[in-house]
Design a protein around this ligand. Structure first.
Ligand SMILES: [Zn+2]
Length: 530
């Protein structure tokens, strides 16, 4: 069996806002204590749990709600990981049925301390079937997303853009443990955050190795553990440095002051003649991304390189430029990320022109033009289809968006006679959302930007190729100098089945791009990057 985790990226738009009923008292009299979390280990038999104590200013009704991200990253029921020990006198806490929150009863207007326990519910399930979006808590390390670790008082944030001060303290862990979070190294952090920034973070501790380097004088951390068999820590650290530097130069954006990448090995995935399991994934989070891979020959350096370039690109496409409506703009947050993963991997020297064309042809053109979902309009993609509709639904926005981005890049270059390209339009989009933080990436905004760079025909193309989902006819479309189109019938690529197992289905009329033999590789590279 060949098993695969898709690249998962899930941004928080609209996921966790609740009506704010009670504002924190500092709004009335200018004084309010920050939210404080203390995370410590607690041991029971052979297992370790995390004990989380949260201190906050309670509401004046004597009843506060703590929001918990029970359903996240396509995994439901995370609330089952929570239990409650004895509380301080005068405080009681329980799970509210059919909701994603705890209820805390306390003295009115009091500073409240509430405690809950977080458990690894892995049980008898193999680790490779379980890792890595669920809380992982073992005697030697833990790896937990903030959404599953930190329950947040619903009255602290007065809306999506409100900023609150939060103190974190990880204490009583073995002294040799490396402790790290999206908010920095070490056990104590004081940060000012939006609610969503807190919910999308990662906390790790244990036998990790931490590497630090600087980009434009700002720290970047790489945190990993275990014994990787297919590459060295050094190789990955270098990859990370080149990618972070490359992306910041690409966006002309050096405003990030901190960035962390965690990388977790999955050691128990089978790799034998009888069973093979390879998987790799990650998720862009606040100031960070978490990543994981099976530690076997099924995942090589090349694949990790792809994951890193892709995930680090989400820092801008998806996080700084945020989708207005989650799945409805995955063609942008995933598709454009795929295109700029390809294009920038060529630019940074990670891949050559042949590899660029091979990936564009195999992973995008062949997959999309033979896909069962290629004709569905953009609006038909929703949460259920994306997460549970099978591979053709899940991959639809990646493939369609990437192919469209390639086309748009070619079109802008042709229309401007080489003076502009999609890179420039992306930087204009970034500038526009930075100038107006309420501006999300919706179709109205995107068409406005397209109109500036690609004119009226560019807008019509967007409606046709993305909104209506009509596949691009590349025979009618501009291509970079030195690139030829060939439309072929070919065996359907099935990466998830060993070759020769079943007779491959022949798929027809697949557009493929070939290097014109009269142009050098160097010249084609320049044309693709122009
Ligand atoms: Zn992604």
């Amino acid at each position: 069996m060949h098993r695969f985790f898709p690249l998962l990226y899930h941004i928080p738009a609209g996921s966790s806002w609740v009506m704010v009923v009670w504002l924190c008292l500092w709004r009335l009299n200018g004084a309010c204590q920050p939210l404080e979390y203390t995370v410590s280990p607690t041991y029971e038999d052979e297992t370790m749990k995390l004990r989380i104590t949260v201190q906050f200013d309670g509401t004046h009704t004597g009843k506060s709600y703590l929001n918990y991200q029970s359903n996240q990253f396509g995994v439901d029921g995370q609330m089952d990981f929570i239990s409650f020990p004895d509380q301080m006198p005068g405080v009681s806490i329980f799970k509210e049925p059919d909701s994603n929150r705890f209820v805390v009863i306390h003295a009115p207007d009091a500073r409240v301390q509430a405690t809950y326990l977080l458990t690894d519910l892995q049980g008898k399930m193999p680790f490779y079937n379980y890792c890595c979006f669920n809380p992982i808590i073992k005697p030697t390390y833990f790896h937990v997303q903030a959404g599953h670790l930190l329950a947040t008082p619903s009255h602290y944030w007065d809306g999506p853009d409100d900023i609150q001060t939060v103190h974190f303290n990880m204490e009583n862990f073995p002294p040799e443990w490396v402790l790290h979070s999206s908010f920095g190294k070490g056990p104590k952090q004081h940060v000012a955050l939006r609610n969503a920034q807190l919910g999308y973070a990662i906390f790790v501790g244990g036998d990790f190795r931490r590497y630090a380097f600087k980009v434009a004088n700002q720290p970047v951390y790489f945190v990993t553990r275990g014994e990787w068999t297919q590459f060295t820590d050094d190789t990955l650290r270098n990859l990370l440095q080149k990618t972070v530097e490359g992306h910041r130069v690409f966006w002309q954006d050096f405003s990030d002051t901190l960035y962390s990448v965690t990388f977790l090995p999955i050691d128990d995935a089978p790799w034998s003649d009888k069973a093979k399991s390879a998987s790799c994934g990650g998720s862009g989070l606040t100031n960070s991304f978490m990543s994981f891979a099976t530690n076997n020959p099924g995942i090589d350096y090349d694949y990790i390189r792809y994951v890193y370039v892709h995930e680090l690109m989400h820092r801008w496409i998806g996080i700084k430029i945020e989708n207005a409506n989650e799945e409805k703009q995955y063609w942008f947050s995933e598709g454009f990320t795929e295109y700029f993963t390809l294009k920038n991997s060529l630019r940074y020297g990670f891949i050559d022109v042949n590899k660029f064309l091979q990936q564009l042809n195999d992973d995008f053109m062949a997959e999309h033009y033979s896909s069962t979902t290629k004709l569905f309009p953009n609006d038909s993609l929703n949460y259920e289809r994306f997460w549970n509709g099978g591979r053709d639904w899940e991959k639809l926005p990646y493939r369609r968006g990437c192919i469209y981005a390639f086309h748009l890049d070619n079109y802008i270059r042709k229309k401007s006679k080489g003076a502009q390209n999609l890179d420039m339009m992306m930087r204009q989009i970034l500038k526009a959302v930075q100038a107006n933080p309420n501006q999300k990436l919706d179709h109205l905004f995107f068409t406005r930007m397209v109109r500036q760079s690609a004119g009226k025909k560019g807008v019509l193309d967007f409606q046709k190729f993305i909104e209506k989902g009509i596949p691009i006819d590349f025979a009618q479309a501009p291509l970079p100098i030195g690139l030829n189109l060939e439309v072929v019938d070919m065996p359907k690529i099935n990466k998830f089945e060993p070759p020769g197992k079943t007779k491959p289905e022949i798929v027809k009329n697949i557009p493929q791009f070939r290097r014109n033999p009269n142009i050098s590789e160097q010249a084609l590279k320049a044309a693709l990057l122009q």
